[in-house]
Structures are given as structure tokens and as C-alpha cells.
Design a protein around this ligand. Structure first.
Ligand SMILES: [Cu+2]
Length: 120
């Protein structure tokens, strides 16, 4: 019964995200591939408002994607994505501006796991 309950919760989460195919990238999402130690692409442009990222961890360790504004404040952080996994990362409201993206895992940003997000 426990496995069934978890499965139903996952279905509810997917449905709550507005659909899509269910297994691939959500419609309109920005695909970002994470490896040691970079984001691809590292330079991202998005429209203000809600931004949906589709994170693909093609690396061999856990990564995440965090967003920091020009004042140094972290405005959003994804959950950790396990090696080989994918994850939708929704940022519900983001204002126009220039942001840094980075991985919060120890040493990753310093090793090059960072980039730029321009919101228009
Ligand atoms: Cu990382």
C-alpha cells in the first residue's frame, strides 16, 4: 500500500504542474544539463514571471541549481538532483534583471558550476 500511495502522490504532483507529456520536459521549460562542473547552457535568458527549468543531471554526483540576484541574495534553489535523474524546477515569480546561477554543493561553484540568467 505504501508504494501505491507514493505513486499516487507523484501522479498528483505531475498533474498539478500543468500537464506535459508526463515523462519529458514540461512545455515551455528551459532545459539545463548539469555535469561536473558546469551548466549547459551556462548563459540563459528567460521572460519575467514564472520560469520553469528542466534539470538534467548527466553527471556522476548530486547537483542543484540556485539563483542569486545582483545584490547577492539567493532567490530560489532547486531540490538536489541525483546523478542520472531529471527534475522540474519552478520559479514562480522572478523580476527582470541579471542573476547568477550556481550549484550549492560544496566546491561546485568554485569549480565552474555557475552561469548567468538574464530575465527580461
Ligand atoms: Cu554541482
Amino acid at each position: 500500500m505504501r508504494a501505491l500511495a507514493v505513486g499516487l502522490a507523484a501522479v498528483a504532483l505531475l498533474a498539478g504542474c500543468g500537464g506535459g507529456s508526463g515523462s519529458g520536459a514540461p512545455a515551455g521549460s528551459i532545459q539545463v544539463t548539469m555535469t561536473e562542473f558546469k551548466f549547459d547552457p551556462a548563459t540563459i535568458t528567460a521572460a519575467h514571471g514564472k520560469v520553469v527549468f528542466w534539470l538534467i543531471n548527466s553527471g556522476t554526483t548530486q547537483h542543484d541549481l540556485a539563483i542569486r540576484d545582483s545584490g547577492g541574495t539567493r532567490v530560489a534553489t532547486s531540490e538536489l538532483v541525483s546523478a542520472g535523474d531529471t527534475m522540474e524546477f519552478d520559479v514562480n515569480e522572478i523580476a527582470a534583471g541579471t542573476y547568477a546561477i550556481f550549484c550549492t554543493q560544496q566546491g561546485h561553484e568554485g569549480s565552474g558550476m555557475k552561469g548567468t540568467l538574464t530575465v527580461t
